[in-house]
Write a protein that binds this ligand. Structure first.
Ligand SMILES: O=C(CO)[C@H](O)[C@H](O)COP(=O)(O)O
Length: 151
């Protein structure tokens, strides 16, 4: 599976760690930056291209990173077709896939250890959408809203 990953400066070390670990696990990781540490960089620069790449690449998933993950989730969700979920434990990461069919995971690099972030990323990538009709119905309601209100 291809994984599109991006970060700002706040989770630069986490991004480098996840690229290495996920690649070792057999994922094809596409790194959308940042490619070096710059304390003045801005997360939309990197997160939006990664989110767009997920939508262009069916079957892929995305991971976006920042200090908290909040702004990165917001930025990713600006991209039509993206369902980005913020997680702070493995249950949240699992539910993002099972209930929400999230295609982008947002993590805060300042919020947990590298190892705990990897555990969340692995659960997210390994968990399928449940396809339960109630979740399908709710996602359809969101898609209908998006189609009705966006050009
Ligand atoms: O998490 C983030 C956005 O939600 C950013 O990574 C965070 O705001 C960056 O903070 P600073 O510029 O103070 O390093």
């Amino acid at each position: 599976m291809r994984v599109h990953i991006a970060t700002d400066h706040a989770a630069f070390d986490l991004k480098q760690y996840l690229v290495k670990e996920l690649t070792a696990l057999g994922y094809e990781v596409v790194d959308h930056g940042a490619d070096h540490y710059d304390a003045q960089d801005d997360y939309p620069t990197f997160v939006i291209p990664a989110a767009e790449a997920v939508v262009r690449d069916p079957g892929s998933l995305g991971i976006v990173l920042g200090g908290s993950g909040n702004g990165e989730q917001i930025a990713a969700n600006k991209v039509r077709g993206v369902r980005a979920a913020l997680a702070y434990n493995t249950v949240m990461a699992r539910l993002a896939r099972e209930h929400n069919d999230a295609n982008v995971l947002s993590l805060g690099g300042r919020m947990q250890s590298l190892e705990d972030a990897l555990a969340m990323a692995k659960v997210f990538l390994e968990t399928p959408f449940s396809e339960d009709p109630r979740h399908v119905r709710r996602l359809k309601e969101l898609e209908d809203y998006e189609n009705a209100t966006r050009a």
